[in-house]
Design a protein around this ligand. Structure first.
Ligand SMILES: *Cc1c(COP(=O)(O)O)cnc(C)c1O
Length: 386
């Protein structure tokens, strides 16, 4: 069963492509390390952590955290306990925070797995304090303050309540006080300064502890936002952190897919579901083995109003025509030399020519979603020497 499942997705030997692989996701671990070093250098005095939630933004948590550790990263953030357990299985000595915080009945799992919760409410703080008391240890945790996002973290009212009744704070170790920016990707958004001011005011009321406010974009916003620890995610994976600015991060993702069939079709014929695309000339159509079930979003050929970026075959652009279907996408390869556009050849969907954010812009979403949707049917190949 699992052998059958792995037929097309497991590396046979380092870097080797399975005969059954229909699509490849190549992750440049050296690029991820270079991006971490860049952000660590930008952060200067602040510690640079690594955010590896959602399977390291779809890249694969185990190889990515090993690479980040190798680059010097020692503190990690995951979303879930399961992600935390996977991280600690690879890096037993890493400091790992779980952003979900404390779900009811989960306190014992944290020390068992060497994880730290990001506590986001008075209830969570009371539970963590009680558990710490019960086991007789001042267990470490982060305290998350909500400075205006109204998502996770203690709203100011709860912080004031905690300050008025601070007993639980004696029972555990506040290892980090953090908050999260809503608009860091927008330079000049008044939310940034407002959230920073709220963070400064609220954390001053709490026990002295290292502070953290910045995601990737926050790290790049300027020294005021960096505090003691920065928490970049998307920039590690080469994604755009700040809108409208050049993105200096190394691009680390390549997505390629095999051509299943090639056909010639006359002018006037249509391509794909809904017959949305009509050929205006005699054309060659290549059908690729990647679809929306793989995270190649159907909305790229939806009504967003701009043509999707092309695929590339041997460096030649091949426009995407017709709708993306569940398992397939169709290309116009009329202008690609026929010896390159052949059954079994590989076409590049993301890589040297088309970036993750280009696809996102054409699908009405963000690079984060494009990356985290890249599915389990890709064979993931890790390269570390570019
Ligand atoms: C996801 C996340 C980050 C990382 O954000 P990027 O924009 O990917 O850099 C940092 N902090 C928190 C709380 C997050 O949820």
């Amino acid at each position: 069963m699992s052998e059958a499942r792995d037929l097309a997705t497991a590396e046979q030997a380092p870097g080797a492509v399975s005969a059954a692989a229909r699509a490849l996701l190549t992750v440049d671990l050296a690029g991820i390390k270079a991006n971490w070093r860049w952000l660590a250098a930008v952060a200067k005095g602040a510690e640079c952590a690594g955010v590896v939630k959602a399977d390291a933004y779809g890249m694969g948590i185990e190889p990515v955290v090993a690479a980040l550790w190798d680059a010097g990263c020692r503190t990690f953030f995951v979303a879930t306990l399961v992600e935390g357990a996977r991280l600690k299985a690879v890096l037993p000595n890493a400091t790992a925070y779980v952003l979900d915080g404390l779900m009811p009945g989960t306190a014992a799992i944290y020390p068992e797995r060497g994880l730290r919760p990001v506590l986001g409410s008075l209830v969570e703080i009371a539970e963590w304090a009680a558990y710490s008391r019960a086991v007789g240890a001042k267990l470490p945790a982060a305290v998350h303050i909500d400075t205006g996002m109204n998502r996770l973290g203690m709203p100011p009212g709860e912080v004031h309540k905690l300050v008025a009744e601070p007993a639980p704070l004696n029972d555990f170790t506040v290892a980090l006080v953090m908050s999260h920016l809503a608009c860091a990707d927008t330079v000049g958004s008044p939310m940034n300064a407002r959230q920073k001011a709220a963070f400064d005011a609220l954390r001053a009321l709490l026990p002295d502890a290292p502070a953290s406010l910045a995601n990737s974009a926050g790290t790049l916003l300027g020294p005021d936002y960096r505090y003691d620890l920065v928490r970049p995610g998307i920039a590690l994976y080469g994604g755009r952190a700040i809108d409208g600015r050049p993105n200096p991060a190394a691009k680390v993702v390549r997505v390629e897919s095999r051509i299943l069939q090639i056909r010639d079709a006359p002018a006037g014929e249509v391509v794909g579901y809904g017959a949305t695309f009509t050929l205006t000339r005699p054309s060659r159509i290549a059908t690729l083995a990647t679809g929306y079930a793989d995270g190649f979003l159907r909305s790229i050929t939806g009504p967003i109003g701009r043509p999707p970026p092309p695929a590339y075959i041997g460096g030649y652009p091949a426009p995407i025509v017709g709708r993306v279907s569940m398992d397939l996408v169709t290309l116009d390869v009329t202008d690609v030399p026929p010896e390159l556009a052949q059954r079994g050849a590989w076409a590049e969907l993301i890589g040297r020519h088309v970036q993750v954010d280009d696809l996102a812009d054409s699908s009405g979403t963000i690079g984060y979603e494009v990356l985290t949707r890249l599915g389990p049917r890709f064979q993931r190949i890790y390269v570390s020497d570019t």
